[in-house]
Design a protein around this ligand. Structure first.
Ligand SMILES: O=C(O)CCC(=O)C(=O)O
Ligand SMILES: [Fe+2]
Length: 284
């Protein structure tokens, strides 16, 4: 199983996004610089990384600027911002090396082709039957289950998946299926976030999120499910009729606190020549 975290992609995003990021929004005490806690909140938002702690933030700042706090006046200078963005790459590389769970996703993953045997054929059949109630005004003839292999995902301690949508371009994963294979002893809930979830919203400290993710998310309107082996969770990733909702069906895999969690993920996709919503997004 390969680690699911795409290191290079995250690094690229980091440099690009650091340069356009609104650091000043995180100066909660209006002191003119970002301390460890404020910088951690900024990093969680910048990287969609709910487990990024104040300690990580101080290490990041120190490696990037030689100081534990980040001065906003220093950041106002474009050259300094460019330096921060570049040095952040090295700092982030070190963090990922030692604490890979600090960024948006940490798990191990293997792709399983659908044609390997009867068991998977039976699973595909079951998914199709069970998804019928979700297919209001639609049918399987517009969707393809086997365009992507089944993904088997293993989360070890602190393994998690930050808020994300399974849908994307150019195809549209209209339905998501999650089959629980093994439940952890603690943590690892799957939480479906309320519509309109703000992806830069990571209001909780890393420690609280790690231990109490499901409770915290439920308190802001998420619906959370505890993994039960053999059970399946399925949901729709609906775009608005005008194609305007860009992050449909946002959800989270909460950090595993103890034990291991194993799941299998599958998607029924609408390819781009089917349906106007898909076409609206295809050119992006
Ligand atoms: O493991 C989970 O609970 C969610 C997995 C997931 O979101 C995915 O595979 O896209
Ligand atoms: Fe997902």
């Amino acid at each position: 199983m390969k680690p699911s975290f795409a290191k290079e992609r995250a690094m690229q995003r980091l440099v690009f996004q650091t340069r356009s990021f609104s650091f000043h929004l995180f100066d909660f005490d209006a002191s003119g610089d970002l301390s460890g806690l404020e910088l951690a909140a900024a990093a969680r938002s910048l990287l969609n990384a709910p487990l990024f702690s104040a300690q990580d933030a101080r290490a990041w700042s120190f490696a990037s600027t030689g100081k534990p706090n980040l001065s906003l006046a220093w950041l106002d200078d474009d050259d300094n911002l460019a330096t921060l963005a570049l040095r952040s790459r090295e700092a982030a590389a070190r963090i990922i090396e030692h604490r890979p769970e600090r960024l948006a996703r940490h798990s191990f993953q293997a792709a399983l082709p659908w044609d390997v045997g009867e068991l998977l054929a039976a699973l595909a059949f079951q998914l199709k039957i069970r998804a019928q109630p979700l297919l209001a005004n639609s049918s399987w003839s517009y969707l393809e289950l086997q365009v992507e292999p089944l993904q088997v995902i293993r989360y070890t301690k602190n393994g998690h998946y930050a808020p994300h949508s399974d849908s994307g371009w150019p195809g549209h994963r209209r339905l998501s299926f999650l089959v629980y294979l093994q439940a952890p002893i603690k943590g690892g809930e799957t939480c479906l976030l309320p519509a309109g979830w703000n992806f830069s919203l990571h209001p909780w400290g890393a420690g609280r999120y790690r231990m109490h993710c499901a409770e915290l998310l439920q308190a802001v309107g998420a619906v959370c499910f505890c993994p039960v082996p053999g059970r399946m969770l399925a949901w729709r990733n609906d775009w608005n009729a005008d194609g305007s909702l860009e992050v449909p069906g946002a959800h989270v895999a909460c950090p595993v606190v103890e034990g291991e969690k194993w799941v299998a993920s599958a998607w029924a996709s609408q390819t781009c020549d089917q349906g106007t919503v898909c076409q609206t997004h295809a050119g992006r």
